[in-house]
Design a binder for this molecule. Structure first.
Ligand SMILES: Cc1cc2nc3c(=O)[nH]c(=O)nc-3n(C[C@H](O)[C@H](O)[C@H](O)COP(=O)(O)OP(=O)(O)OC[C@H]3O[C@@H](n4cnc5c(N)ncnc54)[C@H](O)[C@@H]3O)c2cc1C
Length: 423
């Protein structure tokens, strides 16, 4: 492989680099390491004061299996990637936020030292995702203190060591919800109940046991939070059973909204690139429709575990090196469309290039519990791939291998992701 030339320099007030990465989480850091190993000059922009993304404040174990081949706590995982990026000579800019694009197409960043415009041969957006807060879930009622997401809970508890409360209700029953329970219990906060609109928990029994220990936390299924009350501090949540419409109140001083992920897509929207729902559309090489602009990690599949994101970062880095050395950008491609009960697919486009998606896999999610049945990839009534599944669980990662033999006709219509129920 030819090593791309290092073109890092200033042209007037514009900083020119080979590759600019926005986001110093697992995706951006893993991509930066692979790019450095290919001799590419990389600048990485991170709005926080330290590198690592979400794992910095996720104290439990469970990080790093598929990318670093060891199991680490979130902070150790983040620290390891940060140290590797520094050793590798990545140009790191902390407390720097990418805010916009200039008329010339340069990325604009703001930091305590001022506003900078960046011209890069390639830009990778690795801005991750966040949990949908109460306001976006349109939960009515009072506006007291004590309403959090898992992300804010863990930052307050584990980064800033602030008191949380005494009795909490956790909204959600997926993996991240049990991470919230783990944090609450670890900080002496009782969990009054977990509430989910689904008919059952969407996490593994082992995770539930690790988070809850011997405590019996009531799981209220098919239930919605319909109001929050309290003056300066939360006093109670009002719940409604979806089946009976019965309403009742649970006293608590803290409410934690978990999951329901929203990608941090603002920079993709303003470029603009094609979006599929809240995700920028990318092909199997993490390319958007805009030459030189790549997107990876939870920005394109909200949300997968950190190691899957890191592997996606590496895949994006391979595509970037290919682009820098060969200058080719695929124009022929077909859309990959998710039909109900699937919520989204990653990748969302298949192009003419031969490389496969992250780990050669398609990632997706379903809206509801299903099974048994067959996941099918269909193009104009031709079944390209069929995979039998006993059960599909909402809010849980579903992955389907994409073999190199997959025969997609780039001149035909979209490829559809479908579910066929079987007995
Ligand atoms: C509570 C919780 C528990 C979890 N537990 C596990 C677990 O046990 N195991 C596991 O594998 N995964 C776990 N995950 C998932 C894992 O943390 C994420 O999948 C992973 O961090 C995603 O990586 P990312 O780089 O795509 O995004 P992030 O980690 O979110 O990183 C994105 C980075 O981009 C920065 N950024 C965003 N916008 C801008 C901008 N405009 N300018 C500059 N910087 C910007 C952000 O500050 C952030 O640092 C957990 C997640 C949560 C929330």
């Amino acid at each position: 492989m030819t090593t791309p030339a290092n073109r890092a320099h200033w042209t007037g007030s514009v900083r020119q680099v080979d590759v600019l990465i926005v986001g110093g989480g697992p995706t951006g850091l893993a991509a930066s390491l692979m790019l450095r190993s290919a001799g590419v000059h990389v600048a990485l922009i991170e709005r926080e004061r330290s590198l690592g993304g979400i794992p910095r404040h996720s104290r439990h174990t469970g990080y790093g299996l598929r990318d670093l081949h060891r199991v680490l706590s979130g902070p150790s995982y983040a620290a390891r990637y940060a140290a590797l990026a520094e050793q590798a000579g990545v140009e790191i800019h902390l407390t720097t936020m990418a805010t916009d694009w200039s008329a010339e197409g340069h990325l604009v960043t703001t930091s305590p030292s001022g506003v900078v415009q960046w011209a890069a041969e390639a830009v990778l957006l690795a801005t991750g995702c966040r949990e949908r807060p109460r306001s976006a879930r349109l939960v009515p009622g009072d506006r007291p203190a004590g309403v959090l997401t898992t992300g804010t809970l863990q930052q307050l508890a584990d980064l800033f060591h602030l008191p949380i409360g005494e009795r909490a209700v956790v909204v959600g029953a997926e993996h991240v919800s049990f991470s919230a329970v783990h944090t609450l219990l670890g900080h002496g906060v009782a969990v009054a109940a977990m509430v989910t609109d689904q008919p059952a928990s969407q996490s593994y029994a082992l995770l539930r046991a690790l988070a809850c220990g011997r405590r019996r936390i009531p799981l209220l299924v098919e239930t919605d939070v319909v109001a929050i009350s309290g003056f300066d501090r939360v006093r109670a949540v009002e719940l409604e059973d979806r089946r009976t419409h019965a309403r009742w109140s649970v006293p608590c001083d803290t409410v934690v909204f978990t999951g329901s992920w929203v990608p941090d897509y603002e920079l993709a929207r303003t470029r603009p690139v094609s979006m599929v729902g809240p995700h920028p559309q990318v092909d199997q090489g993490l390319r958007t429709g805009h030459p030189g602009l790549f997107a990876a990690g939870n920005l394109v599949h909200a949300a997968e575990p950190a190691d899957i994101c890191a592997l996606g970062g590496r895949q994006a880095a391979r595509s970037i090196v290919q682009y820098l050395t060969q200058g080719e950008w695929p124009t022929r491609g077909v859309e990959l469309v998710a039909s109900d009960p699937f919520v989204w697919t990653h990748p969302s486009r298949l192009t003419s290039t031969v490389e496969r998606s992250t780990r050669g896999r398609l990632l997706t999610r379903v809206r509801r519990f299903l099974g048994p049945g067959v996941i099918e990839l269909v193009q104009t009534d031709r079944v390209l791939r069929a995979v039998r599944r006993r059960r599909l669980v909402p809010n849980r990662s579903i992955s389907v291998s994409l073999p190199a033999s997959l025969r997609v006709d780039l001149a035909a219509g979209p490829v559809e992701l479908r579910w066929r129920k079987v007995r």
